[in-house]
Design a protein around this ligand. Structure first.
Ligand code: SIN
Length: 206
């Protein structure tokens, strides 16, 4: 099923800004914790009060979301991460304590299908808190869904968009997870396939 979040034609647009602005779960709070698991781990282009390594449960990070606005274009979308429900799974990332004014920027940055979702955030050094995470659900029009990891790597190898090359998104994310001491088999498998592809290209005789 395809859900278009803005005006017709159906499924042409995934813009989630208006839906996210109506989200009132933390209205009246002076500060909110936000969990980041993709580019929000390594690219904090917003003010934050505090940042702590953290995890959330029952979700898996997957390169199953299309990117029309950052690492691809509407005609040639890139592949970026979203979270897929996965009972028992643990997804590691970074939590940021922010003021609600920052959501204006974040809703724009994550507008291509991502919705604010309430979750329990567990800090790596102990304790937990209720906070928010941006998730692009299966029903959003830019969702690409599963594919073999080698195929995802081939896709990422060539895609690019206004925020730069899709491969840089993958490499920055893999590096950021390593710095956190985290192993994500899906992310690291795609990174390995991409590096293998680069190696093959270098050895092709001209
Ligand atoms: C996130 O990082 O938490 C959301 C996905 C992304 O912006 O890459």
């Amino acid at each position: 099923m395809c859900v278009a979040y803005s005006a017709s034609p159906a499924c042409m647009s995934t813009n989630t800004i208006a839906i996210n602005q109506r989200m009132d779960r933390f209205d009246g709070h002076a500060q909110v914790w936000l969990f980041g698991y993709g580019s929000l781990i390594y690219k904090a282009d917003f003010p934050f009060i505090e940042r702590r390594a953290a995890r959330i449960r029952d979700w898996s990070r997957r390169f199953w979301q299309g990117s029309h606005d950052h690492r691809g274009t509407p005609d040639a979308p890139g592949r970026v991460v979203t979270l897929i429900p996965d009972p028992g799974a643990v997804c590691s990332g970074m939590a940021y304590l922010i003021t609600p004014t920052v959501f204006d920027h974040l809703d724009r940055r994550e507008k291509n299908g991502y919705l604010r979702h309430t979750t329990t955030i567990e800090f790596s050094d102990g304790g937990s808190v209720e906070g928010l995470v941006y998730i692009a659900p299966r029903t959003n029009a830019a969702f690409l869904g599963p594919a073999p990891e080698a195929e995802i790597a081939r896709h990422i190898a060539t895609a690019k968009g206004p925020s730069g090359r899709n491969r840089d998104y993958l490499m920055h994310l893999a590096d950021a997870l390593r710095k956190l001491g985290e192993h994500d088999a899906h992310v690291f498998a795609i990174e390995k396939h991409l590096k293998d592809l680069d190696g093959e290209r270098e050895t092709v005789p001209r």
